[in-house]
Design a protein around this ligand. Structure first.
Ligand code: MN
Length: 149
């Protein structure tokens, strides 16, 4: 956690004294992805800004939750699934992920995909899809071909 006023970038997509963390503590429902907490948030601003980076071929967790995400793609290209739609995304695109909406990011365009994600500090735990949820998602051919669990 940093409370410094100025935090320079040290090398591309890395910042002074901000560690590169595992994407999540545990689990196998993601691949080749790291997390950096750029701003921790706190009592005066109840949200965190994180930077996630997905290596080519990797993906974030397919999940949903009550809290929302405000995402800006910062680096590279890939695709994102939100709700019922899969879309190509690239640097500086914005993605809004509403409450209780399935979502997943994939670096499936041969490039590293990096994105900023703004999220509430206090938030519920992500829900993973059940077999029934997956069957429903897979009813859509485009989605079935995209999602990874
Ligand atoms: Mn999420």
């Amino acid at each position: 956690m940093s409370n410094k006023t100025f935090i320079p970038q040290t090398t591309p997509y890395h910042w002074e004294d901000i560690p590169v963390l595992a994407y999540k503590e545990t689990g196998t429902h993601f691949s080749k992805i790291t997390r950096q907490v750029l701003f921790e948030g706190g009592e005066k601003i109840g949200c965190q800004l994180r930077y996630f980076e997905v290596e080519p071929g990797g993906h974030s967790t397919l999940e949903k939750h009550d809290h929302v995400h405000n995402v800006m793609i910062l680096r590279g290209k890939g695709e994102a699934f939100v709700g019922s739609e899969v879309r190509a995304v690239s640097a500086f695109d914005l993605v809004y992920i509403p409450s209780m909406t399935w979502h997943q990011f994939r670096a499936n365009a041969g490039e590293t995909l990096g994105f900023l994600c703004l999220v509430n500090c206090e938030r519920d735990r992500p829900i993973l899809p059940t077999a029934e949820d997956l069957a429903a998602l897979q009813a859509h051919a485009r989605v079935a071909g995209f999602i990874r669990v």
